[in-house]
Design a protein around this ligand. Structure first.
Ligand SMILES: [Zn+2]
Length: 158
């Protein structure tokens, strides 16, 4: 049983690192592709990753690229690899990106993505749609992935 919990916790840690690094890499790619100059960044998952472009000619692209790439890259990887552990990570990333944008919206902290998106003119409709889709699909998928992973490993270790 201890093995199952350790394995589950390790998978959660990998999911967290994947989520933070892929999300922030999305901002980096978005800013870089639209001609921004990278002033400062950190991808370290243990402190919240960040990036700052100055100037940032298309801030909406830079800002949206984080959550979109953060959801789509792990999803694409899961579709290609088709392993339960990768689906677990992908669903975690989907859920986490949605929850992050929703919480950032509620807190109104101007260092976080959602208030910054709104300052730059993003429509609350698209943000709400993103949160609704990612939180609902992410929750259902992640819950299913947890059950599958735990029941399969329990059966394998009886
Ligand atoms: Zn972000």
């Amino acid at each position: 049983m201890t093995f199952l919990i350790v394995r589950f916790v390790i998978l959660l840690l990998i999911s967290w690192c994947t989520m933070t690094i892929v999300h922030e890499s999305g901002h980096l790619v978005g800013g870089w592709l639209t001609g921004g100059t990278l002033e400062d960044y950190s991808l370290a998952p243990w402190s919240l990753p960040y990036s700052r472009f100055e100037p940032d000619p298309h801030p909406l692209v830079t800002l949206w690229a984080g959550p979109l790439v953060g959801v789509l890259v792990p999803l694409l990887l899961a579709i290609i690899v088709r392993r339960p552990a990768i689906w677990f990570i992908s669903h975690f990333c989907t859920l986490a990106n949605g929850v992050y944008l929703a919480l950032a919206w509620l807190t109104g902290d101007h260092h976080l993505d959602t208030p910054r998106l709104m300052e730059k003119g993003a429509s609350p409709f698209w943000i709400a749609l993103f949160c609704t889709v990612t939180i609902s699909f992410g929750y259902v998928g992640f819950r299913k992935a947890c059950v599958l992973l735990l029941t399969k490993t329990v059966q394998n270790h009886r």
